[in-house]
Design a protein around this ligand. Sequence first.
Ligand code: IMP
Length: 189
Amino acid sequence: MKIVFATANPHKIQEVRDICGDCGIEFVLPAKGFNPVENGDTFEANSLIKAKEAYRVSKTYSLADDSGLCVNALNGAPGLYSARYAGTQDEKIAKLLYELKDKHDRSAKFVCCMTLLDENGKMIYQTTGECKGSIVKNRKGINGFGYDPIFMVDGFSKTMAELSSDEKNQISHRAVALKNVLKFLQSMS
Ligand code: IMP
């Protein structure tokens, strides 16, 4: 089975392919012209917008991921705006560390909402995965992407960027959501 994965982020599709392993699904990028306008006010709404846009250009099963980092002491920010929190990724991390400099509570979670549309463009499944942790004071590790170097995963004494891709793909918000999607697809067949 082939499923379009609604992203322009090469890290995300690589993780999805690695989590899927030999699950029998080939994840491919959307056809040309994929340009979602992420103006929803929840992860669920933006995930649906991206899935619909992937379906519009590809006209087949489409799966979207909308994800972000929610920090408790910042009332859930950067959250939905994780990708747009500042200019470069380095600047986004610097801004977050600055905002947290006087905060005692550094707890946070990664959230990933996935939405699956069928071959007619109808939403057939939506699920949200979370991964809890806390924000460290200094960047550590070189693996992964985004905010991984400052996110210490609960139960590990390593940041997400110090985990191997295999380790991240066991416990990440994306892994939790994708495993639910794969279970749903199995239950359909
Ligand atoms: P989206 O493409 O609108 O879903 O934006 C997600 C943003 O959240 C990314 O650009 C990253 O900044 C951040 N993010 C989501 N998932 C991860 C992850 O697994 N690791 C680190 N950052 C992530």
